[in-house]
Ligand binder design. Sequence first.
Ligand SMILES: Nc1ncnc2c1ncn2[C@@H]1O[C@H](COP(=O)(O)OP(=O)(O)O)[C@@H](O)[C@H]1O
Ligand SMILES: [Mg+2]
Length: 229
Amino acid sequence: MLVARDLTKEYRVGDRTLTVLRDVSFSIPQGAFVAVVGPSGSGKTTLLGLLAGLDTPSRGTVLLDDADFGALDEDQRARLRGAKVGFVFQSFQLIPTLTAIENVQVPLELRGDARPAERARELLARVGLADRLHHFPTELSGGEQQRVAIARAFSNDPRILFADEPTGNLDSDTGQRIVELLEQLNRESGATIVLVTHDSALAARAGRVIRLSDGAVVQDSAPMVGAAS
Ligand SMILES: Nc1ncnc2c1ncn2[C@@H]1O[C@H](COP(=O)(O)OP(=O)(O)O)[C@@H](O)[C@H]1O
Ligand SMILES: [Mg+2]
């Protein structure tokens, strides 16, 4: 379960305070597939950063399986992320000097995995890239690069995966296949998936849509009932 309670994020800009998120609250049960939508600048990326423990709110709480990110220091947050969280970016963010299998293998090695090469091969096979293991990122299509990034994001067997506009740099057919892959991994692994997308057709595939406007939730197709925790 992921719980956001009264999340507010403010930035000081000169002598003004800019409120980027205001009192955002919801809870997402384990295994859900949720789309976060809203116009550019509405706070989607900021929200994902707070939910993933990459950034800290000005006020409010994020609970991941009852662990309170706000009660942890930076090292402890990093450890919790390493144990439970995966992240996929619009720009893939693969290491250009490493092959597909190396991009997935390196985080496994850093985690001390006993069989990093085999695990990396298995993960790439799951995303349909068994025959692209030794390609460098520049030798892969955009959709293939995003598949490598998804395999890497699943390398720690996360309880929750955040994807920030993962289809934003892809054509619509390729983007649809990426979302189908995320749906498949959601079903198979039971990982919660929180997907930010501009594409309303892709958002409509999610079990639940949370819409942000100007930093506030203006629509939630499965609103929190009572004070769930
Ligand atoms: N570090 C920052 N300092 C000041 N303003 C920021 C900072 N980061 C983001 N913002 C502002 O927060 C708002 C929301 O940004 P963002 O979360 O990236 O929106 P989205 O992902 O929905 O496009 C924007 O108006 C942006 O300019
Ligand atoms: Mg964004």
